[in-house]
Design a protein around this ligand. Structure first.
Ligand code: HDD
Length: 755
């Protein structure tokens, strides 16, 4: 054993005999103990939010500027056990001699490993994969006439926490799979927490919650081999939806571009069910909630989504966090469609209690009632994103439920699931779940109880606690259910006749899309069904499609190499709803990512100026070069963000090629081979050609100046193709590219064959 020397003595600590000689610390590790750095703004813990509405990103007020020491990871300069005992070594187990057996008496080893063994909790049974952010909601006051909820009042600011998710995949699955996205918002209002637990698709697979285990069992991986992960392209999913035609509407949304969003920031959100708003006088209005993203609704192409799953499985999570960190705060307007609360609860023949139906926005416009801005990333994924517990039954005065049978089951399921997932009934005490309204309940004890309740009488009525707590009246903010009349009827396990129309709504959706979007729908059904092994499932699904639209059915049948069946009867007459198409609008270009391929021959001075222009317009310029570090040349130097080895087109909304100054084709041919774009043999680097040709295939804007035009040509992109811009100077290329980005993609590049 090495004898003790003063070299293994930590600064300020006593010498400890027998302690193993320390390893030389890596140079970058600090050597002098110090207090932790002050927390960054976005690291403030949830419990420091003020009940008056200060949100984590705010710079003033009680919630600002600090973190409660109890929620920090490091609270002092010295490592301790969970009991506060200081430690002199945490890297070696206690052994009988350096080469001897480990001793059971090593309490630190046991504590450290035991805690580690229990670090994981069960993932959510659905929506396991997600990402979240803090923010603030500001009411416009426009809903106040029909809803007494205080947080909807004019300029009232309410902290929010929003979690986006996929439905089917496990916690570690890829982000850009074809799936519905969850869009769950927790409003920490002064009257109690309101959760709006919605999706990016306005309808659901089932009309009654009792079928939720069925649809999820069918969508999840097959129970024998546990494949495929996070996919609906498999036999059990299509077996179920082809037999269960009420799923047809949700399924066609999944097969459309809505199933593969470009970003969480570019998704709509929907409350799905019809809710009931209550005004100050007790009057009620039926509503559907909508979130409208300020950046517009955009999607990936299917090939892009698949490549991204491999190249960057965290694409959506990263995109959200990066945007917020860069200060490009995503925003959504909350809107409502309103309907009179009649005894029938229908609107223009549409049953408002049926969650497989929508009301077209042209019939009932979405009226904006507030703005949500996401301003801060979570500080700790587990504590916040993983432990947040949403529940559609978290309501505030002014917002009530309806008799939608899907909602009824949800009102039970969400609390119930947290008991398994979060280990007991006290999950509301977790920092992220704590309401900002004062709590004065009489629930007691249970697993993970962290409150130290005072008093002796957690019951009512009591005299021992002075009769406290007292009940509130509606005038004092109590939640009083709207006294709606419950229909007199006999008990049945049945649905109303209005729930049996399963084709008119998917048909309206299909007919409302532009030709290119319809082509994507056909391609998606074809892809998914081609992954099924059972022929009978494909044939049955074709029969479902025949009843939606013959063109859709024929397209999918042709792709599968099967005959297209005839519809089972006359097709329903429907009016298209143009609002359902994602195309035909222009949108802000904030946060769009522009890749610029360059090498040492490029005009670096012009490139540097272009980068500044792009950044000034709120977009993100990323220089892609043959190597990392910097590009230096006659015109100056430019920092490189990506290399030919790690850049794929999926990351960029547009790709530009920075040519050499004042040159044409001949000059390009004369380029210095070792400078980059060329390979040693004089051809263009194949990774650049792949990048450009993929961007072209995915209908992205492409631009080049100088001899960069030759690279476009070599990658097979005709200069006169839609969305391809060639000009003499970078600034004119960029101006035209900005116009294209506002439309998201160069949709005319591949004229659709349908429609
Ligand atoms: Fe659900 C999670 C959205 C129907 C049972 N659901 C969950 C989440 C979202 C939705 C966004 C993730 C929340 C988070 O980020 O923590 N669910 C919906 C929508 C539905 C819907 C929009 C239909 C309109 N869900 C639904 C039904 C049931 C559930 C019919 C059960 C009867 N959902 C759950 C759950 C989850 C959940 C099992 C899993 C984790 C959790 O609740 O907290 O209880």
């Amino acid at each position: 054993m090495a004898g003790p020397t003063h070299e293994n003595q930590h600064e300020g600590e006593p010498f400890i005999p027998g302690r193993p000689a320390p390893e030389a610390p890596p140079v970058e590790q600090p050597t002098t103990p110090r207090e932790p750095l002050p927390p960054k703004q976005d690291q403030s813990g949830p419990e420091v939010y003020s009940a008056t509405g200060e949100h984590p990103g705010s710079t003033s007020g009680p919630g600002a500027g600090g973190v409660d020491p109890a929620v920090r990871a490091q609270t002092g300069s010295r490592l301790t056990t969970a009991q506060g005992l200081r430690l002199y070594d945490t890297d070696h187990s206690l052994k009988a001699g350096e080469r001897g057996p480990v001793l059971l008496q090593d309490h630190h080893l046991r504590e450290k490993i035991t805690h580690f063994d229990h670090e994981r909790i069960p993932e959510r049974v659905v929506h396991a994969r997600g990402a979240a952010a803090h923010g603030v909601f500001r009411g416009y006051g426009t809903a106040s006439k029909i809803c007494k909820a205080a947080f909807l009042g004019k300029d009232v600011e309410t902290p929010v926490f929003v979690r986006f998710s996929t439905v089917l995949g496990s916690r570690g699955s890829a982000d850009t799979v074809r799936d519905t996205r969850g869009f769950a918002t927790k409003f920490y209002t002064g009257q109690g927490t309101f959760d709006l637990v919605g999706n990016n698709i306005p309808v659901f697979f089932i009309q009654d919650a009792i079928k939720f285990p069925d649809v999820i069992h069918a969508g999840k991986p097959h129970p024998d081999r546990e494949i495929p992960q996070a996919q609906s392209a498999h036999d059990t999913f299509w077996d179920f939806v082809s037999l269960h035609t009420e799923a047809a509407h949700h399924t066609i949304w999944n097969m459309s571009d809505r199933g593969i969003p470009r970003s969480f920031r570019m998704m709509e959100g929907f409350g799905v069910h019809t809710f009931r708003l209550v005004d100050e006088e007790g009057g009620t209005t039926l509503v559907k909630f909508h979130w409208k993203p300020k950046l517009g609704v955009h999607s990936m192409t299917w090939e892009e989504a698949q490549i991204t799953n491999g190249v960057d499985p965290d694409f959506h999570r990263r995109d959200l966090a990066d945007a917020i960190e860069a200060g490009a705060f995503p925003e959504w307007e909350l809107g409502i469609q309103t309907f009179p609360d009649t005894p029938e609860q229908t609107f223009q023949g549409i049953d408002l209690l049926d969650p497989t139906k929508i009301v077209p926005e042209e019939w009932a416009p979405v009226q904006p009632i507030g703005l949500m801005t996401l301003t801060a990333n979570p500080s700790n994924f587990f504590a916040e994103t993983e432990q947040v517990a949403f529940h559609p039954g978290h309501l505030v005065p002014g917002i009530d439920i309806t008799d939608d049978p899907l909602l009824a089951g949800r009102l039970f399921s969400y609390i119930d699931t947290q008991i398994t997932r979060l280990g007991g009934p006290n999950f509301a005490q977790l920092p992220i779940n704590r309401p900002h309204a004062p709590i004065n309940d009489m629930t007691r004890d249970g697993m993970h109880q962290t409150a130290v309740h005072r008093g002796v009488a957690p019951y009512r009525p009591n005299s021992l606690d002075g009769g406290c707590p007292f009940l509130a009246g509606a005038g004092e903010g109590a939640y009083v259910e709207a006294p709606v009349t419950v229909p007199q009827s006999s008990k049945v396990r049945a649905a109303p006749a209005s729930f049996s129309d399963h084709t008119s709504h998917p048909r309206r959706f299909y007919l409302s899309l532009s030709p290119v979007e319809r082509e994507h729908v056909i391609a998606a059904y074809t892809f998914e069904l081609s992954k099924c092994y059972e022929q009978s499932i494909k044939e049955r699904q074709l029969r479902v499609l025949a009843d939606i639209d013959p063109e859709l059915c024929a397209g999918v049948a042709a792709g599968l190499g099967l005959p297209a069946p005839e519809p089972s009867g006359p097709l329903p007459e429907v009016e298209p709803s143009p609002a359902l198409s994602q195309l035909g609008h222009t949108w802000p270009t904030d946060g769009r990512v522009i890749g610029i391929v360059a090498d040492e021959n490029s005009d670096l001075a012009a490139l540097a100026t272009l980068r500044t222009t792009i950044g000034d317009q709120g977009m993100v310029p990323l220089v892609i070069a043959p190597h990392g570090g910097e590009l230096t040349g006659g015109g100056g130097s430019v920092v490189i963000q990506r290399t030919f080895a790690n850049a794929r087109s999926v990351e960029f909304d547009a790709v530009l090629i920075a040519g050499a100054p004042g040159t044409g084709k001949d000059a390009y041919g004369a380029r210095d081979a070792k400078a980059g774009l060329h390979t040693g043999s004089g051809g263009i680097d194949p990774r650049v050609l792949l990048l450009i040709s993929e961007a072209f295939r995915h209908a992205k804007a492409l631009g080049a100046w100088g001899d960069g035009a030759d690279v476009l040509a070599a990658a097979g992109c005709p200069q006169d193709a839609a969305g391809v811009v060639v000009a003499d100077d970078p600034q004119s290329v960029f101006e035209r590219i900005t116009g294209l980005l506002a439309e998201h993609r160069a949709w005319d590049r591949f004229p659709a064959s349908v429609g």
